[in-house]
Design a protein around this ligand. Sequence first.
Ligand SMILES: Cc1cc2nc3c(=O)[nH]c(=O)nc-3n(C[C@H](O)[C@H](O)[C@H](O)COP(=O)(O)OP(=O)(O)OC[C@H]3O[C@@H](n4cnc5c(N)ncnc54)[C@H](O)[C@@H]3O)c2cc1C
Length: 272
Amino acid sequence: MNDSAKGAECDIITSAKAFCKQHLQPIARQLDKDGRFPEELRQNMAAAGFFGMNYPAEYGGSGYDSVTAYQAAKELAKASAGVALTLHVHWMAVDALVKFGSEEQKRCYLPDLLQGKKLAAYTISEAQAGSDAAAITAEAVLCGDRWVLNGTKYFCTNGGLADVYFVAFKTAPDAGAKGISMFIIEKGTPGFQIGPAEEKMGCRSSLTTSLRFTGCSIDSACLLGNVNEGFKVAMYGLTGGRLGMAAMGLGIAEAALELSVRGSGHAGRYVC
Ligand SMILES: Cc1cc2nc3c(=O)[nH]c(=O)nc-3n(C[C@H](O)[C@H](O)[C@H](O)COP(=O)(O)OP(=O)(O)OC[C@H]3O[C@@H](n4cnc5c(N)ncnc54)[C@H](O)[C@@H]3O)c2cc1C
């Protein structure tokens, strides 16, 4: 944590509460109905410093500790679980980049990702590879100094919204979890198509899409971490994601409790 953050540890939680009241609660229901995450909301969240609150100041983050950051994120989930999910998956990608990225990759992507100028997605899942992440079949083949990607991913949170996609591919098809590598792919790369948003039952302001790679050629510098060690990268990102889902669950539960208390005529007694 940097010095300014140390002295005011709870500021970001207070800001998150104020942000929700002013910017999120009034529109959360409509965003969920419409299945939309507006650009203006991303800009407001960026201005509030949410995208980089728990990352080092040297890359443009605010340096808050994780407990504080996840408490602030819980406040967002109380107002809109979908919006909190958007943030948590962004953080999963950033976690992996901070831990496994080369210095060049960090300098290239972290400042914009932490300031919310760019949004990230993190995708492992495929139609036949959910819980069993090592069963992915999308393949990356090294041709000279470029990787050529083929395959389809499902359930990509922030699909379409994100500018940068962290995606797992098989690089040694017969090696199971030891044959997976993680790549950083920018939106707009030829051969990389993003499907329409799925019609979900909840968290609809978080966009979920498929991703299709057809002969998508990327530079060898887009590899995140070592070749065939991507399963470790993928699981590392999921660790933060699990904390995020816990914070989201807590936020949803608190919101439900407060709403039920208010609804039963005890407004103000239990609601803080
Ligand atoms: C809204 C949403 C957003 C998502 N966003 C992302 C994302 O951004 N990136 C990404 O990579 N993925 C994402 N996912 C996919 C998510 O990671 C998968 O849904 C999850 O891994 C489960 O996989 P599955 O849906 O294929 O279910 P399955 O793996 O088919 O599991 C179905 C059920 O079987 C159970 N089960 C599975 N294996 C076993 C076993 N061996 N023994 C006993 N029970 C078992 C599971 O617990 C579950 O209850 C998202 C999913 C949703 C719904």
